[in-house]
Design a protein around this ligand. Structure first.
Ligand code: ADP
Length: 484
């Protein structure tokens, strides 16, 4: 049983217009703990009608919210930030119960999630316009920036808090209002954040959370003309669908979609640092992040030494429930995830890959999977093309810098990439050549609130975090003042 210091953070209702509510027909969805299959709780199974009400509430709240001063909005966001940090232990416990990640990692995510609220509270006061040198003396040309309006946000289960605050932080800072649909697997972290937003004094209707049927809720969000922007983090397939559905009402879109991150180790790299970077970027969240390394390319000269060191470091990672001490790898989110990871490993082995470590479900059963190292992979294998989203390190050898770059770019995705080299010329050449929105150079961890997160190619549109992250929630207005 989930025990929290503040039991009111465990909300089993959706939030519309400042009221905690049930689905119109009383239907509910249950949420399982991926570590043991126990039911954590239930949330309303809402559909289009409830979503429409939430959008109407957000539309009503928009006028007064945008008219508040930037400082007033920033003050409320700062209060929300403080409350999230104050309740970090409870929020982490909730997150581990519904998502499975180790408690320390969950707590780290809460601090990271809160940092976006703080950052955008600061950015709220820096939304400047421009005065353009005029083309005629009786005219003044002025640019102002306005909030786009009601924002619909759809978020995934792998970061139940941070994927929300990266969207809601800048939206609210800009003066937009939000209707959020969190992932079915992880609604409780979202609802707890909403409870804290209410306590912070964020007005009714400014931040609404609707739980339930993805297709019905997403259908309403993308077709309702009051929604001016859709922001989504999740799979490329659903991103494409939402983009298509948004076409009729020409919505602004931010899409943070799949990745298939390459991690390249050149022969001049510091091998121990590269191994540490690979471990951090590969096994965080049991390999279930869109910036997790999916393909490790290692120069043939150092390939065997790298594999040996990587296997030794991987063997030390403890598998277990997120609530147990010293656990590094929690359960995968569900059975389908275990299935996909098993398929990728079987496919690679059938095509000649060498299994170095792991390769099978953990003895604990359920959704636990052993951290795995595979070597001698090639590009015919599924792992080379698809996002594995699990604890599998797949190592491919390469023979030249050109080949490494070509292999790294041989994907429809372009989110993150990583490489290790100590040659300054190579560092610039490779950083320029990699087709991705983010490049980690001699590091496996790149995300923070001050830097722009996002992809190119089919990994998406827009950026989250940083000074750029608020732009996605603003539109430009040009004032041409004539007859002066
Ligand atoms: P994942 O494979 O990580 O679960 P999804 O893209 O399926 O990625 O899920 C990300 C988010 O998209 C979740 O909140 C999910 O409920 C939502 N989602 C899934 N299908 C749809 C849909 N047809 N319309 C709107 N949202 C959807």
């Amino acid at each position: 049983m989930l025990s929290l210091n503040d039991s009111l953070l465990f909300r089993q209702n959706a939030l519309i217009d400042g009221e905690w509510c049930t689905a119109d027909d009383g239907a509910v969805l249950s949420v399982d703990n991926p570590a043991d299959g126990a039911i954590v709780g239930r949330v309303p199974k809402m559909a289009a009608a409830e979503t429409r009400r939430a959008i109407d509430a957000a539309q009503r709240a928009f006028g007064p919210w945008r008219r508040q001063t930037a400082k007033a909005r920033a003050d409320l966001l700062k209060r929300w930030f403080a409350l999230i940090n104050e309740h970090a232990d409870d929020l982490a416990r909730l997150m581990t119960a519904e998502q499975g990640k180790p408690l320390a990692e969950a707590r780290g995510e809460i601090v990271y999630a809160a940092s976006f609220i703080e950052w955008f509270a600061e950015e709220a006061r820096r939304i400047y316009g421009d005065v353009i040198p005029t083309t005629a003396n009786d005219r003044r040309l002025i640019v102002t920036r306005e909030p786009v309006g009601v924002v619909a946000a759809i978020t995934p289960w792998n970061f139940p808090a941070a994927m929300i605050t990266r969207k809601v932080g800048p939206a609210l800072a800009a003066g937009c209002t939000v209707v959020l649909k969190p992932a079915e697997a992880t609604p409780f972290t979202a609802l707890a954040l909403a409870e804290l937003a209410l306590r912070a004094g964020i007005p009714a209707g400014v931040f609404n959370v609707v739980t339930g049927e993805p297709a019905a809720i997403g259908g309403e969000m993308t077709s309702n003309p009051s929604v001016k922007k859709v922001t989504f983090t999740g799979s490329t397939a659903v991103g494409r669908l939402l983009m298509r559905q948004s076409a009729d009402t020409i919505k602004k879109l931010s899409l943070e979609l799949g990745g298939n991150a390459p991690f390249v180790v050149f022969d001049d790299a510091d091998l121990d640092a590269a191994v540490a970077g690979a471990i951090a970027s590969k096994y965080r969240n049991a390999g279930q992040t869109c910036v997790c390394t999916n393909r490790i390319y290692v120069a043939r000269e150092v390939h065997d030494a790298f594999v040996e060191k990587l296997a030794a470091a991987t063997a030390k990672l403890k598998v277990g429930a997120g609530t147990e001490a010293d656990v590094a790898i929690g359960p995968l989110i569900n059975r389908a995830a275990v299935q996909k990871v098993s398929e990728h490993i079987a496919d690679a082995q059938a095509k000649g890959a060498r299994l170095v470590l792991g390769g099978e479900p953990d003895e604990r059963g359920g959704n636990f999977f052993k951290p795995t190292v595979l070597a001698d992979l090639d590009k015919s294998m599924l792992i080379a093309r698809e996002e594995t989203f699990g604890p599998v390190a797949a190592v491919f050898p390469f023979d030249s810098e050109e080949e490494a770059i070509a292999l790294a770019n041989d994907t429809e995705f372009g989110l993150a990439s990583y490489f290790y080299s100590r040659d300054i010329g190579r560092v610039w050449r490779v950083a320029d050549a990699l087709e991705s929105g983010m490049v980690g150079i001699n590091t496996g961890l790149i995300s923070n609130e001050v830097a722009p997160f996002g992809g190119v190619k089919q990994s998406g549109l827009g950026r989250e975090g940083s000074k750029y992250g608020i732009e996605d929630y603003l539109s430009i207005k040009y004032l041409c003042m004539a007859g002066l």
